[in-house]
Design a protein around this ligand. Structure first.
Ligand SMILES: *[C@@H]1O[C@H](CO)[C@@H](O)[C@H](O)[C@H]1NC(C)=O
Length: 132
């Protein structure tokens, strides 16, 4: 899916700006209003022009308090299945919604999943357990 997301070309030709270590700081927030828990904020990094899935893996490897699983949809690619052992459920109409809070404070819902979304510097990636 790396190739299908066309990240490879931009990864090979990163342009003028590249952080010294090739890592871009982001935050990953786990939010669950359905359970009424306080959102947990993790600081993480993504490779410059790297995909969100990579950043989530990087975070899971470095942080005992963050775990996630994903499944591969044949049409839409990888999507988030569970966070910290909690999975969305068809009967309950629950799922993990992917939201992105930009540094200017606006929150958007990316039109691509974790396998294609490319986080920018200082974005807050919100994994929001919610209902559909
Ligand atoms: C997360 O989902 C809840 C509903 O479960 C909603 O009220 C809340 O606004 C969402 N969080 C964000 C950051 O949009």
């Amino acid at each position: 899916h790396l190739l299908s997301c066309l990240t490879l070309v931009s990864a090979l030709f990163p342009g003028l700006y590249l952080p010294a270590d090739g890592l871009v700081p982001i935050e990953v927030v786990v939010e669950n209003r359905l359970l009424g828990t306080t959102p947990v904020v993790h600081t993480s990094h993504v490779k410059y022009r790297g995909i969100l899935l990579g950043a989530l893996r990087r975070l899971m490897e470095s942080n005992m308090d963050f775990k996630f699983t994903y499944t591969e949809d044949p049409d839409y690619g990888p999507y988030l299945e569970s966070v910290n052992g909690l999975a969305g459920n068809d009967e309950d109409h629950t799922y993990w919604e992917l939201l992105v809070k930009k540094p200017d404070g606006t929150t958007v819902r990316p039109d691509v999943g974790i396998g294609c979304y490319i986080p920018s510097e200082n974005e807050q990636i919100i994994l929001n357990f919610t209902r559909w």
